[in-house]
Design a protein around this ligand. Structure first.
Ligand code: CA
Ligand code: CA
Length: 511
């Protein structure tokens, strides 16, 4: 890790490039907790996302892109540093990476583009804490960012920021019954506000500010403008018109297999042991399943419309031709699959994300089935824009696939949820290894819902061994001051620890 830091310092000392006249702009769009329930991705047959689909049609979309961690802070930290969570030890909602001495001065993706002549601007949720250090860019009503101790930043992550985003207007009280594990205020969904007016929503304001930034961007300097949308993160509040896109009957429900967890190791439960996101049993018992699914889909369609406003602004400003647009989400979300709602799993529903590139250097109309990882964004944007390459990034450039979607890539997509728990996703297969050594293996071609765990079947031994080779060589324990959704395991005692509390083999699975 020391050598990485030294290289970073050397690169920083080399100074900014002076010539940037021909560089394309970058519009960097983040969506929070958006799984593959996006029209052209096919994760949900009814999902209506015309603007994302249109963007995909004029660029390259990845149908097998995965986060490096199924949780906001570690996923976003990984993406913006191009370092795996297993390299930084950042697995929980804390710490903020700048609080760690190794990464205090690490040049993030937007900082690197600022170093190379770009004007950088952002609003909403880009980092877990918004546009920079905890407390920045959060906006009223945003989820409290529990990001730990903060080191004074050497310099801001973005040059221009605005504190928009988050939930925005909220109902006076929760719209659904009190949820288990403390009735967390974020665990809520439904029609809100009632007057069909979207303008009070955090994401609407994010889009409005970003539109202004695009239109007023200086013409003699390339821009890196980042918009971070909060929905469909819970609480999934949307106005009635977005609900009206979806039938109010059980045809919206995802397919789930009864007793799907019977063949998954007990350790798979430890990854989401005790959380405010309700289990499917509670959601069903409280007649909330359809409401949750429709609220999530409605929120997705609303965010899609905000993306549409940004794309229209590029056209209106006359910069669409010379702007690279990239859309990503930090991880997926379960809506009943495998008996849960929420994230924090190593299955496709939680790891698979939309990833779309369009603009200069990107082939039009491609659908890429090769695995891709979110930490590839940093080297890919470097490669696409021609700013100097860095040798200290753990991602791979996706430019070969952006030119030709069939271009083979050896490395699968690797997702880690705390030390020792890893999912390895290739074009066809998924291998999961938990910290206690238990395993899962799925054939996504035959079994896209990952219902039949094939681990231990002798006929798959060779292909399982191929996947095992990709388990991270560096696999750090949680960094100092890690908190919130942190899981550790001691193989000598066979005792796991979830958020600091021991979990024993005999403990009942929390409902
Ligand atoms: Ca998230
Ligand atoms: Ca199963």
């Amino acid at each position: 890790m020391k050598s990485l830091t030294l290289i970073a310092l050397f690169l920083a000392a080399a100074g900014p490039a002076l010539s940037f006249a021909a560089k394309p702009n970058i519009l960097f769009i983040a969506i929070d907790d958006q799984n593959d329930w996006v029209g052209h991705l096919g994760g949900h047959p009814m999902a209506k996302t015309p603007h994302l689909d249109q963007l995909a049609a004029r660029g390259t979309t990845f149908l097998n892109a995965h986060c490096q961690s199924p949780l906001c802070n570690p996923s976003r930290t990984s993406l913006l540093l191009s370092l795996r969570p297993t390299t930084t030890g950042i697995y929980g909602l804390a710490p903020w990476f700048r609080a760690l001495p190794e990464w205090k001065d690490r040049v993030t993706l937007p900082q690197y583009f600022a170093d190379h002549g770009y004007r950088t601007a952002a609003t909403g949720k880009i980092f877990h804490a918004g546009t920079g250090a905890p407390g920045a860019g959060a906006g009223k009503g945003k989820a409290k960012a529990n990001t730990g101790a903060v080191a004074a930043p050497v310099r801001p992550e973005f040059q221009v920021t605005a504190p928009f985003g988050g939930v925005g207007t909220r109902p006076p009280q929760k719209l659904i019954p009190a949820t288990p594990m403390g009735n967390n205020p974020l665990m809520d969904w439904g029609v809100w506000p009632l007057d069909n007016d979207d303008t009070g929503k955090g994401d609407y304001k994010v889009a409005s500010w970003t539109v202004e930034q695009i239109k007023s961007a200086p013409k003699d300097q390339p821009f890196f403008i980042a918009a971070g949308f909060f929905l469909p993160h819970v609480p999934c509040y949307a106005t009635q018109k977005w609900f009206d896109l979806y039938p109010d009957d059980d045809s919206v429900l995802p397919q789930v297999l009864k007793n799907d967890r019977e063949d998954t190791p007990r350790f798979s439960w430890y990854l989401h042991w005790n959380l405010p996101e309700p289990r499917l049993n509670w959601v069903k018992a409280n007649n909330q399943w359809r409401n949750l699914v429709r609220s999530y889909l409605a929120s997705t369609s609303f965010v899609d419309a905000q993306v549409g406003r940004l794309l229209a602004a590029l056209d209106e400003a006359g910069v669409a031709e010379n702007t690279i647009v990239v859309v990503w989400s930090d991880h997926g979300w379960h809506l009943g699959e495998k008996g849960i709602t929420g994230k924090n799993t190593l299955w496709d529903r939680s790891t698979k994300v939309p990833l779309i590139f369009a603009g200069p250097g990107v082939t039009v109309g491609q659908r890429c089935l090769q695995p891709a990882e979110l930490l590839d964004l940093y080297p890919t944007l470097i490669d696409l824009t021609g700013v100097p390459a860095r040798t200290d990034l753990e991602g791979l450039t996706l430019v070969p696939q952006l030119k030709d979607a069939a271009a083979k890539r050896d490395r699968p997509a690797i997702t880690s949820h705390n030390q020792g728990n890893h999912g390895i996703r290739s074009e066809r297969w998924r291998y999961i290894r938990y910290a206690d050594g238990s395993e899962e293996f799925y054939d996504l071609k035959a079994d896209p819902n990952e219902w039949a765990n094939l681990a231990g079947r002798p006929q798959h031994a060779a292909v399982i061994a191929e996947h095992k080779k990709w388990l991270p060589k560096i696999d750090l324990p949680p960094a100092p001051n890690s908190a919130s959704r942190v899981l550790t395991y001691d193989p000598t005692t066979d005792i796991a620890s979830w958020e600091g509390k021991p979990v024993l083999r005999r403990d009942p699975i929390p409902e």
